[in-house]
Design a protein around this ligand. Sequence first.
Ligand SMILES: [Zn+2]
Length: 287
Amino acid sequence: MSRDYDLGETFDSRLLAEAPRVRLSRRGIVMGLAAGSVFPFVSGCTTNAATGDSQLLLFGDDQIASMAATAWTDMKAQTPQTSNAQLKNRVLGIWDRTIKGAAAQGHVNPNDQWDVAVFDTDDVNAFVMPGNRVGVYRGITELTENDDQISSVLGHETGHVVGRHAAERMSVTTAAQVGLMAGQIAVASSEELSKYGSMIGALGGAAVQFGVVLPYSRKHELQADRLGVDYMHSAGYDVKQSVRLWELMAAQSEGQRPPEFMSTHPDPVRRAEELRSYINARGYALM
Ligand SMILES: [Zn+2]
């Protein structure tokens, strides 16, 4: 990955004066332009095959994966991984089964390789990075009560991958910064945009852009919740445990140290309710 390049120093963003500043590699942007991935944006958006959503995507999967590579390498260098083989194998097993659930729905390629790291810290958190990289912290495995709840976390994170949420978020912020068709973007993605401005500026760094620190929009979170439950169901996990997971998160958030996961995944009570409705509506369970 080439050096970070601050778009704000070169491009005029008068059209969106309050647009967030996003740090991206110059190479990634040039490649995006050269590869013609800007055209879908100019003509509107691309349609996500799995979700049916129309999305603004300026970056291809390979490009965004290579941009995330440095953040992933840094994270693995800076954070100890568990030496508990039993825990690692348990998480890997749940991941494997959950991702097969997603593959059964045709949402991921069953032959894809994933790099799953179990970090040995108390953080109650988990994340995915573009390029099939998955991080799970010991802390979240200790909060959960069973494999089904861990599957719920991993299924949710897989939902972010399938929904291409990282690519969409980066594309929206980039397009806003560059000022391309700013009016249309502002209308179409005002929810996404409004979330990022101050946070990107304050935090910076590659990890911020890939879902570790920066929250996704509410729309993305709900979609990931629902896809996660679909994958749990396909994998034969108890989908009701996804509701229980958010209830646990809600209970923890009233304590002195709310789970890290909560900072990027707010509104646990409301999410539990929405998941309950979804599970009933899909007929996965009655609850
Ligand atoms: Zn999420």
